[in-house]
Write a protein that binds this ligand. Structure first.
Ligand SMILES: *Cc1c(COP(=O)(O)O)cnc(C)c1O
Length: 370
């Protein structure tokens, strides 16, 4: 058991361990079982698994809510949307994870739900649109423009109006903000990203303190079947042991790169809420404990040059995704489903744990080549 006064880096090391005893192992087993003797707590391999439970208890300690893991972040998100009655109104950010926007659009096209897309950084606009909303799906900082929503205000306003609130906390992580403690009903993670941290696992999680909602989500996983593999759960827990260390380093690197990029002559604008000059810096500082490790920037030149920058790196990997130990970048609008509100030349950089000077010299030479 973890001590409530312990700090995140300690919790990451102590949670999800098997009971202590002479000869007992330190790590949970990779429990490869579909079948269980009758009469126990787990009836079948799709209903529960010892390795998932170890990982779930670790994420629960970070997010302060009972947790379920799923086969991917999108599987977790799909389980949430699957609970909505036909015709429900969902309010969501018009800029966010592109898979979520694609899923919401297709649910709307199929006549399942009505979607209202909003600029979540614009509190007044959101408050106008919220009435009648069954589920407010929030992501902040937003992907990929790093806009910051006023989470405490929006969550409490939505709850006062009787809306369900779910927050995708993948970018921020619980080290920066804990939406359940602000009153949200559900926190979702792409465990694929910072929790796992090594670009080798796909997984998702949902955390909640509403026990009735937890049961409905657990039933959705049991029957929907979007269960993670035990080996993947074990790998994710192994990754999570170093999550606070990795995140701290990546975040410090991101802050320094944001500063250096903002004075580079070829860079038009840097989006990073940690910069004192950023539009959302004051808001971010008021309730976030850090600014994360993803930043984005635009160039004075256009999309062809931005592509060339991404292709010119020798250290930073030209790839999508984020939250791994290795730095990655890409021009976001290369994806046809990326939001129209994202500038064509915008490059998103997921900052990893490499040495800061090595990262900067790679960025400098890539910008020189463009
Ligand atoms: C990656 C990501 C997802 C989707 O998660 P998968 O594990 O890829 O299915 C959802 N939201 C955000 C913010 C993400 O970065």
């Amino acid at each position: 058991m973890t001590h409530p006064d312990q700090h995140p880096e300690t919790i990451a090391i102590t949670v999800g361990r098997p009971p202590v005893g002479s000869g007992a192992p330190l790590n949970p087993p990779i429990a490869l079982n579909a079948t269980f003797h009758a009469g126990g707590s787990v009836g079948y391999g799709r209903y529960g698994n010892e390795t998932w439970e170890a990982l779930e208890s670790a994420i629960a300690a970070f997010e302060s809510g009972d947790t379920l893991v799923f086969s991917s972040g999108m599987a977790a998100i799909s389980a949430v949307f699957s609970l909505l009655p036909i015709g429900s109104v969902v309010t969501a950010s018009h800029q966010g994870y592109s898979g979520v926007m694609t899923l919401l659009n297709s649910l709307q096209t199929n006549g399942r739900i009505e979607v209202r897309f909003v600029d979540v950084a614009n509190t007044e606009e959101v408050l106008e649109v919220l009435p009648g909303t069954a589920l407010f799906w929030l992501e902040s900082p937003t992907n990929p423009s790093l806009d910051v929503a006023d989470l405490p205000t929006l969550i409490s306003a939505a709850k006062n109006m009787g809306c369900g609130v779910a927050v995708d906390n993948t970018f921020a992580t619980p080290l920066i903000q804990q939406p359940l403690l602000m009153g949200a009903d559900i926190v979702m993670h792409s465990v694929t990203k910072y929790f796992s941290g090594h670009s080798d696992v796909l997984m998702g999680s949902l955390s909640t303190n509403d026990s009735a909602l937890f049961t409905r989500l657990e039933d959705a996983r049991k029957i929907g079947g979007a269960i993670p593999g035990p080996f993947e759960a074990w790998l994710a827990l192994r990754g999570l042991r170093t999550f606070p260390l990795r995140f701290e380093r990546a975040q410090a690197n991101a802050m320094e790169l944001a500063k250096r990029l903002s004075t580079h002559p070829k860079v038009a604008k840097v989006h990073y809420p940690g910069l004192a000059t950023d539009t959302h810096h004051g808001r971010a500082k008021s309730f976030m404990k850090g600014f994360g490790a993803v930043l984005s920037f635009t160039l004075h030149s256009g999309l062809a040059q931005a592509d060339k920058v991404c292709e010119s790196s020798t250290l930073i990997t030209y790839a999508t995704s984020l939250g791994g130990i290795e730095s990655l970048w890409e021009r976001r609008r290369r994806w046809p489903n990326e939001s129209f509100s994202v500038p064509e030349s915008l490059i998103r950089l997921s900052v990893g744990c490499e040495n800061i000077e090595d990262l900067w010299s790679d960025i400098e030479q890539a910008l020189r080549n463009a």
